[in-house]
Design a binder for this molecule. Structure first.
Ligand code: HEM
Length: 182
């Protein structure tokens, strides 16, 4: 086996990320160990079924409209590494958040024969972010002058996914902040 084949085999069998491939009709043809772990379907359960098994009902029409268009034209709006973030449904009915990239699959003659997808479960991060947004949304907006004026408030400013979040705190949570505010 040459190095690339060995690498391909190892990457496809990862249980970290879900790697899934479907044919031109959207029927699952490949389902790796990561997909088994994340979605709860074994490869035997999933292969031969529609991708609908993981797509929440309200999103199916949009997904299939896009899928059919890409199959017909060979062009995807997300074919250049863009990350799609969507909710998904596990076999046990639990809703999770996933992020994924897609890759078109072509046969030797260049004809589109399906799609591959590499998916990651980001539920934990998504829920943390939602909780953080909610906490901050419930606070009164504080004009920036108050940061510079008196009495002095301490703020934690954190950057998450290119957004800045401000949180008023009593003291800084590290040694640099010891005794920062009485
Ligand atoms: C939980 C799973 C999934 C959900 C909720 C979902 C949902 C969606 C949605 C909402 C769109 C429309 C995006 C837009 O118009 O901007 C879309 C498009 C698409 N999806 Fe899915 N999808 C899922 C899984 C997959 C998988 C596994 C594949 C490939 C194997 C795939 C292939 C595509 C393609 C090719 C498009 C069209 C992209 C384009 O417009 O260029 N999807 N999907």
């Amino acid at each position: 086996m040459n190095f690339q084949d060995m690498l391909a085999r190892a990457v496809l069998s990862t249980s970290g990320d879900a790697i899934v491939a479907s044919d031109d009709n959207g029927v699952v043809r490949f389902w790796n160990r990561g997909a088994e772990r994340i979605f709860g379907y074994t490869s035997g359960d999933a292969v031969g079924q529609s991708l609908d098994i993981i797509i929440p009902e309200p999103l199916r029409n949009r997904h299939w409209a896009g899928y059919r268009r890409v199959m017909a034209t060979g062009e995807s709006r997300y074919g250049h590494g863009d990350v799609l973030a969507v909710p998904a449904i596990r076999k046990d009915g639990v809703r999770i958040s996933i992020e994924f990239t897609i890759v078109p699959l072509h046969d030797a003659g260049g004809k589109m024969v399906g799609m591959g997808a590499i998916m990651r479960d980001v539920t934990k991060r998504f829920e943390e972010l939602r909780a953080l947004r909610k906490t901050l949304a419930n606070r009164d907006p504080i004009p920036i002058e108050r940061i510079e004026g008196r009495p002095l408030d301490l703020f934690l400013i954190c950057r998450y996914e290119n957004e800045l979040f401000f949180q008023r705190v009593d003291r800084l949570p590290n040694p640099a902040g010891a005794g920062a505010r009485t």
